[in-house]
Design a protein around this ligand. Structure first.
Ligand SMILES: C[S@@+](CC[C@H](N)C(=O)[O-])C[C@H]1O[C@@H](n2cnc3c(N)ncnc32)[C@H](O)[C@@H]1O
Length: 218
């Protein structure tokens, strides 16, 4: 197998101490759409190995909060206002556990294990995208923001339409750090439609309601 040409973004990530080159995708998305706010609460779906979580934690600062979730167990280090828990976003009942208006921004870089069969990969990516959107609609207050990755395929239009229905403005962003040959792109929803919702009384523990923990803490 031929080696990839020198990867500028990979080198930059290593030099700047991020776990993955993906961080520059979020940086570009946020530069163009301003979805992360100082002091904000961010839900990061498909967070492993943690570069989006680290970046979001820097932007929101210690008065904010970042909760990441991934199938893979995270063993790295994050600042105290950020954490990554282990769980399957497709099967967890996150809406019930997290509650309405529990986050200001939902970001999803979730991607399926690719099979090499383009239509299968696109269909799986669409499913993850729609699940991220479903969670965002449930946990964001009016005015909240959303971004999720999707592999562009025949369902792409439906995905965009679904974001349009829930958010006042949408953007499609393919950041330079995303490989040109990759058919991934990001759909952003800015300002969730709907009446303003009161935030939960405690911002310190917005993540999980009482009862047996369903999201495994890493
Ligand atoms: C491209 S990586 C995320 C990279 C991450 N944003 C970063 O910057 O470090 C995609 C992740 O999605 C996760 N993923 C895929 N399906 C998932 C699911 N159903 N529930 C939770 N995580 C999932 C994978 O385990 C993988 O770690």
């Amino acid at each position: 197998m031929s080696k990839r040409p020198q990867d500028h973004w990979g080198h930059k990530a290593r030099k700047e101490g991020y776990a993955a080159r993906s961080v520059y995708k979020l940086e570009e998305i946020d530069r163009r759409a301003r979805i992360l706010k100082h002091g904000g609460r961010v839900l990061d779906l498909g967070a492993y190995p943690g570069s989006w979580t680290s970046y979001a934690a820097q932007v929101v600062g210690p008065r904010g909060k970042v909760l990441g979730l991934d199938l893979q167990e995270f063993k790295g280090t994050l600042p105290p206002h950020a954490e990554i828990r282990t769980g399957d976003v497709l099967s967890l009942e996150l809406e019930k556990e997290l509650g309405p208006a529990s986050f200001d921004t939902v970001i999803s870089d979730m991607a399926p294990d690719t099979t090499g069969h383009r239509f299968t990969d696109q269909a799986r990516s669409f499913r993850l995208f729609m699940r991220a959107l479903e969670i965002a609609v449930a946990v964001l207050p009016a005015g909240g923001n959303f971004v999720a990755k999707i592999f562009v395929g025949e369902d792409f239009h439906a995905a965009q339409q679904a974001v349009r229905a829930a958010f006042e403005e949408t953007k499609v962003i393919k950041p330079p750090a995303s490989r040109t040959e990759s058919y991934e792109t990001f759909v952003v929803g800015m300002r969730r439609r709907g009446k303003p919702t009161a935030p939960p009384s405690s911002l310190a523990e917005p993540a999980v309601v009482s009862g047996p923990p369903r999201i495994k803490k890493s």
